[in-house]
Design a protein around this ligand. Sequence first.
Ligand code: 16G
Ligand code: ZN
Length: 532
Amino acid sequence: PAVKKAISEAALQYTKPEGKVFEYGTAGFRMKADLLNTVVFAVGLLAGLRSKKLSGQWIGVMVTASHNPAEDNGVKLVDPMGEMLEAEWETYATRLANAPLESIADVYDELVKEIDVKVTNQARVVFARDTRASGSRLVGVLSAAMTATEVEFIDFKYMTTPQLHYVVRCKNTLGTQYSYGEPSEQGYYDKLAQSFKKVMRGVKVQGSLTVDCANGVGGPKLRELIKVLDSGLDIKVINDDVINPDSLNFDCGADYVKTKQRAPPSSKAAPLDRCASLDGDADRLVYYFLDESNVFRLLDGDRIATLAASFIGDLARNAGIASKLKIGVVQTAYANGASTDYIEKVLKLPIICTNTGVKHLHHAALRFDVGVYFEANGHGTVTFSENAMKVINNTEPQSPAQKSALESLQALTDLINQAVGDALSDMLLVEAILSHKGWSPKEWLGTYTDLPSRLVRVEVNDRSIFKAYDAERKLESPAGLQTKIESLQSRYNKGRSFARASGTEDAVRVYAEAASRSEADDLATRVANAVR
Ligand code: 16G
Ligand code: ZN
């Protein structure tokens, strides 16, 4: 009762935006920052409940809107192993966020009963935020909710999203055989730097890397990482202005580069210079360069996945443990058909295709011993099963070559942020692989040729009628549309197209690829018209 009263009193300091329905979507809650107070309050309450339900394990709360414009913000919950919030709890989050403030304490009570939470359990939460101006107000709201419900919490101030995921996992594994590392920002840098150094043993980096940080939290954090790297890798940091709030994600960053298919206008890179872009909270990474003819060349998530899968496959063979590790790749329907082909025919690895959204990919990746997953947009990582860790750590090498391959694999399991896609960790992974292979981005690009593709956003009256199946590659409703799409794509050489309702915007997205640019554009236009 005391807690209920405290919740009510704290909640009533805020005003709920009228007529707005909130939904915990693919990336948590995300919207204009001024609408978020009551949502963040609800998330604060739920984080405490989640921790109590899990016997006091640490839960994370990240305040960020990733690649969205500066005036937006968002909030999401992180589960104990650094994973996305369990799906069932998303509905609880939605319920609490939509509760009228006068009765939010009652809804809290209802949930306690329904989820069967032992209220006397301890609750512990860590939180952090990106560099958005609205962040400090929002973490204030978050703290108020947790103070009202007597939750123990730690404010990690500014962090990238993956750093927070890392800290959550460290907190919950500290002192166990699964210990993930030192639960601090410095611990994160040290772990990356040490493992990078190990992976780089005996190889040399070529040239320098220019990193566009989207003017977000990744900028200052990358500078911190560089301080401890000591590896010969020359990193030039650009777009790291976190002082001017409007510059965030503006004309730069991974999302800009991927969707516009061009370098940030601020880029001064010369032909063949290796470039990379992070997004606003540094969980996405894409590479690119200008070729000899000054043509922009993108190396997106599909490319990072194929590069990583090929390297890990080689190491496993060289270490003599290939037969003991089931290596696989997870993609979504947006993966370029040429990458899928390359993985199947050249790398000869199994592929699982899942729905869009990191949690789906991550989940599927856990079905392999080594699961390489990336969305085309640059979000992804590699997961290693318990069996994989055992094999990698306990195999006795039979030759110096095997020893060196095993050591590289061991170091990779530390270099890779297995909790969640992490642009800084992925960047070091790519740099290490390119160094090992002695490749410039040109050789990397040369592994296969992307099919020309087109993405179209279509405004519709009601996107909820677009129901997909088969990992969003087909539509079961509206009736007849799928047949139409199939008949259209069959007219084009290597034609492939699908339409799906966006999970983050009020629109339907149409993707098309085909053997030539004009065919891909044409197919996309025709399917978009069929959707309208
Ligand atoms: C979210 C997802 C991202 C996905 C995107 C698709 C997470 C953390 N983020 O941003 O992975 O690519 O949604 O958006 O899961 P869409 O449904 O609007 O196409
Ligand atoms: Zn992001």
